[in-house]
Every structure is written in C-alpha cells, then in structure tokens.
Design a protein around this ligand. Structure first.
Ligand code: E4P
Length: 218
C-alpha cells in the first residue's frame, strides 16, 4: 500500500518524505489555506521535492471551468493529479480530462455508489473520506471494504485512496481492507512509527547493556 502525505505545507511534506515512506501528496483548498506560505510557492516547492503524484484540487464547480483549471494545473508538473469533486459536473469533467490523458483524483466521495461512478468515469484515484463519515456516526472504513469488493467485481483499476484519515487505526485498516493508498495528515504519519513497547523495549535493552558493563562491539 502506498502512503501519501495530506498537507500543502512544504516543510511538513519534505520532513515526512525524507523518511522514504511517502509515495505522493494530497492537498485540498482547506489545506492550501493552512500552507504557511503563499499557495503557489508551496506547490512549487512540493513538486520540486517529491517524486510521485501530487493532487491539486480545482476550485470551479461547473464542468467547463473544472476542465480548464485541470489543463492549467498540470503545467505545474508532470506528476500533478487533478483533484475533482464528486458531482455531476465533476464526473463529466473527469471523462474529458481522462480523454486528454490527464490524471484525476475524484474527491469528496462518501459512498460505494459514488465510487462506482468515479471508476466508470475513468478516475485514476477515488478519495473516500472515512474520518468525516466516522464523525457523522457511520463506520467510514466499511465503505473501503465495500469499494474494494465493488472494484474487484468488475476489474476497475481506479486506485482506492483512503482520505480524511484521523488515526493510525485508519491506516492499519486501509491495508487490511486492500486500499491502494492512504493519505495521512502529518500528525498521524509520525505516530505510525511509535508504539509504547518499542520505546520501553529500547530503553531496557540499552540500560541492561550499560549496567552489565558489556564492551560494545563497535
Ligand atoms: C485528502 O485528499 C482530503 O482532502 C483530506 O484527507 C480531507 O481530510 P479531512 O476530512 O480531515 O479534512
């Protein structure tokens, strides 16, 4: 499973990318608002630093505007994936952009039937928002299991990109349910490296070694 970082802040992206565990980046207009530097500059820095797909979201809500924005967004770099919201216009725009060979990530997906439309339209990625469903009292990860089943039934190649990730459990379950990608906010990403027993175990190993006065090998 690939891991993307869900941030438009170049410092956060570059720090996470340096671990070698990050395969791509997702942004959205809310994240752009929190980038910390002008958005254009942030995107240029991220595209320069990261080898892998970078999702940039359109702001238009009608399909002609989405298509025009998509054509312009890909000029930022050949690894740009145009993020299109799940609406009727979004589905139309996705088909036109795909016809032109432009990669699309269909965002704001909250159901298996919406994911089916995204795949039929030819989207490269579908972004089901699990955390926001959880917030509303529905089990978001169940949707991932269902989309995997639906796509496998028909051989759709659209990649399931789990979005709105709120916890390490979301990442763990993404891998169990066969998601292709999880896009992870920095706060959750760094927690993936941790377990209380890893920390305690390391402290104990070093303490035992030191207290016994063992001569180090190197
Ligand atoms: C990424 O593609 C999504 O836009 C993002 O994960 C949404 O996360 P949120 O629900 O925490 O805002």
């Amino acid at each position: 499973m690939e891991l993307f970082i869900d941030s438009a802040n170049p410092e956060e992206v570059i720090e996470a990318y340096a671990t070698g565990m990050i395969n791509g980046v997702t942004t959205n207009p809310s994240l752009a608002a929190k980038a910390g530097i002008p958005y254009k500059e942030a995107v240029q820095k991220i595209i320069k630093a990261v080898q892998g797909p970078i999702s940039l979201e359109v702001l238009s809500t009608e399909f002609k505007g989405m298509v025009e924005e998509g054509r312009k967004l890909i000029k930022y770099g050949e690894n740009v994936v145009v993020k299109i919201p799940m609406t009727v216009d979004g589905i139309k725009a996705t088909q036109i952009l795909k016809h032109e060979g432009i990669n699309v990530n269909m965002t704001l997906v909250f159901s298996t039937y919406q994911a089916l439309l995204a795949a039929k339209a030819g989207a490269d990625y579908v972004s089901p928002f699990v955390g926001r469903l959880d917030d509303g009292g529905t089990q978001g990860m169940q949707m991932i299991e269902e989309i995997r089943q639906s796509y496998d039934n028909y051989g759709f190649e659209t990649k399931i990109l789990v979005a709105s990730v709120r916890s390490t459990l979301h990442v763990e379950e993404s891998s169990i349910y066969g998601a292709d990608v999880a896009t992870i906010p920095p706060g959750v990403f760094w927690k993936l490296f941790e377990h209380p027993l890893s920390k305690l175990g390391l402290e104990q190993f070093l303490k035992d070694f030191k207290e016994a006065g063992v001569e180090p090998l190197v």
